[in-house]
Design a protein around this ligand. Structure first.
Ligand code: C2E
Ligand code: CA
Ligand code: CA
Length: 798
């Protein structure tokens, strides 16, 4: 059998041309295989172009092999070929080889590969026998069917081998083996088929000649081979160009990916890492090479990856395991991609540590007070609403709650005196102490500058709340060091009970605040339960306070003057000016009521300046012996430039400063003693006189007499009033007069209403008197007579 094949190839053929045919075949097969690889790797829209090129290269390869081999064949007579079958054979080769490669490239299952191999094998066969049908020699053809069919089987097996090599082996190795298989398929089929052929020389059989001679065929084969060569060359060039562009592009992409803050990871269809940028590698502290091919999920704690998912998706809380097993919160965005190197998904990994930290910070700030760290108003309101709603619903008897509104007394002064840092430290201390008392029985919150609120759970009776309030109060009194100075604070506390005082959380809070204000009115460091009556009173007061702001502009304020007399001679010595407010609806409102309001709103400063101007204008027309006494509010001493303001007013009206007597009370000295003393000293240097008002009502009036040289002491009218029937008061007044005189300070007694009082005071050596007995506060016009009388008397004596 092999002998027959040997005879065919070596004896019947010119072996040199056979070798050439084999080389052409191998060369075109390799080209075709190479083109097929481009087909497989190309994008869908270019695939058909590559398939056509592959078909042409393979088809022409088969065809050229056949006809070069035919040139090598010595039939024992001249050969020629018919044009049509020759051309048809070329087309058949191209179409069927192309079809085979197309089926293989677009294969969907195992069977496709075999179908493709059959199409190709039969295609080579069809080409061969079609080409042979156009052959003219002087003899009769006969085929040995066994050999003829074997040729086809060899072709099909060779093609199957070709495609299996392509599928199983990667890279150049696969290409080479595939090309070798295809060459064997083509050559094998050809020479086996030629072995099947027997030509019986018989000049009578056919004398016709084909149109294509061996010479023409040689040219055609050369051309065809050249075409295959050219197409291969073109492919190579184009491919090189594309490859260069791809490397540049890839480098650019890689740089871009590496520059990204986010980690970028390319994954294959199974979720294994194909590539990753610097950011990602840095984040997880790994190198690329060992990571390649590993499941992406190994870099994370419990990350689910569904390889079948082909749409974009997002994982917002993935914990990445970084270097040293550090847990890094990340978010991942998965997006499908198509990529030459086999990536199917890109994962974009974002480190969200900073954002998380910021969120936590914001969250904390949103819920806590930044200075003291206790809950803020928002949280408190929420808690309160929650507690209240829980208390009112449910089958069990509703739980009671107590709400404490804690307002630090004189916090503004502390802040002004010691600075804001000290103020903050004090707030922290207060918060700590409140928290300690409350423990886990409730919530402490800071609502505003110096106001805290406490929600106290599970209160059974008012008594419980009472005890608790007392505990809060005592917790605050112990002094604590602020800026190395011991500071003692008190707070006014208002208490409202749920559900008795209010059901609604907002109203409850408001009522606790009302109770706090009431406590404040009672003095520092007091606590007070809410009562419905105080609510009304406070409401009224609030409205009045509002009206007072407008009173000056609406000319509702005016002045009255109360005369002061020398006690012995009963001669007029001066006037004390007193402020009056006639409210359009409520009528006259006593200064005892509205002056504190003016002080609270600060409008007292403006009113005082107006009042002093008015009074000085009036005093200017009086005889020089008459003094003008003006009441000063402690609030005025907080104002900058007070001395200058008063000085200007006095000068403007041409009054000598010693005509003006400023009445001050002890409270000025309590708020900030050093500051007050400094200002008083300046006033005195400016020539003004200073009187201590309401002497005897405070705690430490006597000590102030030593620290500051007052020009006058006004004994409070409460002592004078009681002198008639209280020998104790007589004693005090006598003592005060004696003491003052000892210090060289003259004394004025206020509130003299009876002759008896006057007689007693004269007897005690009191210098001046003032009171309803001698003159009520009136409009200055009502005292015009007395003033002119004094003037005339003065002129007469002069
Ligand atoms: P004060 O300085 O002790 O004023 C004297 C108060 O005693 C006045 O009350 C006056 O009407 C009252 N009074 C005078 N003589 C008698 C008397 O014989 N018997 C009785 N029962 N009362 C007498 P008023 O005018 O109601 O003033 C109350 C307080 O309001 C004043 O007490 C003063 O502290 C304050 N005040 C009045 N006007 C001004 C002002 O212009 N500025 C400031 N800062 N405070 C003022
Ligand atoms: Ca006074
Ligand atoms: Ca007084």
């Amino acid at each position: 059998m092999l002998e027959k094949l040997y005879q065919c190839i070596i004896i019947d053929h010119d072996y040199r041309l056979v070798l050439l045919a084999a080389v052409i075949c191998a060369f075109s097969c390799f080209t075709a295989i190479n083109l097929q690889q481009h087909t497989a790797g190309s994008q869908k829209q270019y695939r058909n172009r590559w398939l056509i090129l592959t078909g042409i290269a393979a088809g022409i390869g088969v065809w050229a092999t056949h006809f070069v081999a035919m040139l090598a064949y010595d039939a024992g007579s001249p050969k020629s070929y018919d044009l049509l079958p020759t051309l048809a054979s070329i087309l058949i080769a191209i179409i069927l080889m192309g079809a085979g490669f197309a089926i293989y490239t677009n294969r969907e299952n195992k069977l496709s590969l075999h179908v493709a191999a059959w199409v190709m094998g039969l295609g080579i066969g069809a080409m061969h026998y079609t080409g042979m049908s156009g052959l003219h020699i002087w003899g009769a053809f006969s085929y040995d069917m066994t050999w003829a069919i074997s040729a086809l089987i060899i072709g099909i097996i060779g093609c199957t081998g070709t495609l299996l090599c392509l599928e199983r082996l990667r890279g150049v190795k696969g290409q080479v083996w595939a090309a070798v298989c295809l060459t064997l398929a083509i050559c094998g089929l050809h020479f086996t088929a030629m072995t099947a052929l027997t030509v019986t020389p018989d000049p009578t059989v056919s004398q016709t000649e084909g149109t294509v001679s061996d010479g023409v065929l040689l040219v055609a084969v050369t051309l065809a081979t050249f075409m295959v060569l050219a197409s291969a060359l073109a492919t190579g060039i184009v491919d090189k160009h594309l490859a260069d562009r791809r490397t540049v592009e890839a480098r650019r992409l890689r740089n871009l990916a590496n520059a990204a803050m986010e980690g970028i990871v390319l994954l294959d269809g199974k979720g294994a890492v194909v590539d990753a940028n610097h950011s990602f590698l840095g984040l997880c502290g790994r190198h690329l090479e060992p990571l390649r091919g590993m499941p992406f999920t190994v870099c994370f704690q419990r990350l689910e990856f569904d390889p079948d998912r082909r749409s974009a998706w997002f994982v917002n809380d993935a914990i990445l395991i970084g270097a040293n097993e550090k847990e890094i919160p990340t978010e991942i965005f998965f997006r499908p991609v198509q990529d030459r190197i086999g990536a199917q998904m890109v994962a974009i990994v974002r480190d969200i540590r900073e954002r998380r930290a910021a969120e936590q910070q914001i969250n904390f700030l949103a819920h806590h007070d930044s200075i003291t760290g206790v809950a803020n108003r928002a949280v408190f309101q929420k808690q309160l609403e929650h507690a209240v709603s829980k208390g009112s619903s449910g089958r069990h008897a509703p739980k009671k709650h107590a709400l404490y509104f804690v307002d630090i007394d004189d916090f503004k002064e502390l802040n002004a005196r010691l600075g804001h840092a000290a103020g903050d430290a004090a707030l922290k201390e207060v918060a700590e102490r409140l928290k300690k008392v409350v423990g886990d029985q409730g919530l402490v919150a800071r609502l505003s500058a110096d106001q805290f609120c406490i929600l106290h759970d599970g209160v059974e009776h008012n008594d419980d709340a009472d005890t608790f309030a007392l505990a809060l109060k005592t917790a605050l009194v112990a002094p604590f060091p602020v800026a190395d100075k011991p500071v003692s604070l008190t707070a006014s506390i208002g208490i409202a009970m749920h559900p008795n005082d209010a059901q609604d959380p907002e109203v409850l809070l408001l009522r606790a605040e009302i109770a706090m204000k009431r406590a404040k009115l009672e003095g520092r460091g007091k606590y007070c339960f809410f009562e419905p009556v105080i609510d009304e009173k406070l409401e009224e007061r609030r409205a009045l306070k509002q009206d007072l702001l407008q009173a000056l502009g609406r000319h509702e304020l005016y002045l009255q003057y109360q005369p002061q007399y020398h006690a012995h001679s009963r001669k007029l010595s001066g006037f004390e000016v007193l402020l009056r407010w006639r409210h359009p609806e409520k009528g006259l409102i006593s200064p005892g009521e509205f002056i504190p309001m003016a002080e609270e709103t600060g409008v007292i400063n403006e009113i005082s300046i107006w009042m002093m101007n008015e009074a000085c204008r009036a005093a200017k027309t009086w005889p020089a012996s008459l003094g003008l006494a003006v009441n000063m509010s402690p609030i005025q001493f907080e104002q900058d430039g007070l001395v200058e303001i008063i000085g200007r007013i006095v000068r403007r009206h041409g009054l000598t400063p010693d005509r003006l007597e400023l009445e001050i009370t002890e409270s000025i000295l309590i708020a900030d003693e050093h500051r007050a003393l400094r200002i008083l000293k300046k006033l005195k240097e400016a020539g003004m006189r200073l009187a201590m008002d309401d002497f005897g009502t405070g705690y430490s009036s006597l000590s102030y007499l030593q620290t500051f040289p007052f020009d006058k002491i006004k004994i409070d009218r409460s002592f004078v009033m009681q002198m008639d029937d209280d020998s104790h008061s007589v004693g005090i007044v006598r003592g005060v007069i004696g003491l003052a005189h000892g210090l060289g300070i003259p004394v004025l007694a206020e509130g003299v209403e009876t002759e008896a009082q006057l007689a007693l005071l004269q007897d005690m050596g009191c210098d001046e008197v003032q009171g309803f007995l001698l003159g009520r506060p009136e409009r200055i016009e009502d005292y015009a007579d007395q003033i002119t009388a004094l003037e005339q008397h003065a002129e007469q004596t002069a």
